[in-house]
Design a protein around this ligand. Sequence first.
Ligand code: PMP
Length: 428
Amino acid sequence: MKYERSSALFKNAQKYIPGGVNSPVRAFKSVGGTPIFIKSAKGAYLTDEDGNSYIDYINSWGPMILGHNPSEVLEAVTEQLKNGFSFGTPTELETEIAKIITESVPYIDQVRMVNSGTEACMSAIRLARGYTSRNKIIKFEGCYHGHSDSFLIKAGSGLATFGSPSSPGVTPGTTQDTLLAKYNDLESVKILFEQNPEEIAAIILEPVAGNMGCIPPEKNFLEGLRDLCNKHDSLLIFDEVMTGFRLKMGGAQEYFSVKADLITYGKVIGGGMPVGAFAGSHKIMKFLSPEGPVYQAGTLSGNPIAMRAGYTTLSILKDNPSIFHNINNTTRKLSTELSIIFKDFGVPVCVKQCGSMMSLFFTAEDIHNFDDVTRANHEYFNKYFHFMLENGIYLPPSGYETWFISSCILGNEINKTLELTRKFLSKI
Ligand code: PMP
């Protein structure tokens, strides 16, 4: 049996780990079937516990922008390990990575390291509230900013996959200050500002939505949010956990030429290690403890192994700006060709792509926001997913997720993906 060991491992995992996984989307609940247990990865490929290999279009949900296990990062981390795993003290490396981040990204002076995207967004919101002395925040339906309580209202990612708009355990008190707007709909944001004068601390959004599938911002949407924040003295927070150091070295601010007040990071800046960060101008960041009154901390924050992996990854990206150009081109080619193939076979599809992120939505309608995504044919996506998996292509296991392209995905991988898609369509 092709997945014999994965099936046995999943069975055993369910005994000791809730649902057998440490993060819900991994359980394949949306697409059905048994999750594949991965043993190793190199370049564009994953190898599972049964020895099957796959072209990886998830790339650890974004961070493996250079593909898996790049030798320069591996060597740097191996060297770093010899010095010790964690000190709980300042290290020179933390300043070095903060320097490369602040020098690469417009409008930010300082950066605080944390251990995950969740922590980054949770802390950025606290800082925004502390800085503005206001309580309310605006978030968008279908955007995901980690699993801290105040964001678990109509969030994307696993919550979209499982159709749970919110979560038990989150108190109404926590969520009453989270206001919901519609992605790509400035009017819905304007109304919230009118209804809550001088109460909104910040708007937080994914500048390219990636947790309801990939939905790029439409013309003037980000600019409009910037204007509204200026008008109402609120902060604009770009959650760049997916887009940071992926769209471009300077992230969405550089890609779209729109300034944010705070940026949150994860994924790429840890090179695959558990890292997040948030950043902004010194005027705002000085409100953080120990310089200022807004408390935020972390025993393992700035961990030397994670910092070395991140620093090496960012240095490679900085020295090779053609990487962004190449992965964006590869993704454009893949998305365009897939769109043509599905249309040739008469299957309605809406393909969305921005930089090296993309999604296929099986619908004849255009996709602008979360409601549109819920109307797509997710059953069809699931069939496509399983056919591709069976044939060695690992797509994200939900039609609400984004495909991430790494610099190791090249012509061969793209051709195989296109060829298998044609095969799927002629069979179905
Ligand atoms: N923000 C965004 C945009 C994300 O995509 C994610 C994770 N997918 C998070 C925040 C939370 O990050 P983490 O899973 O590292 O806590």
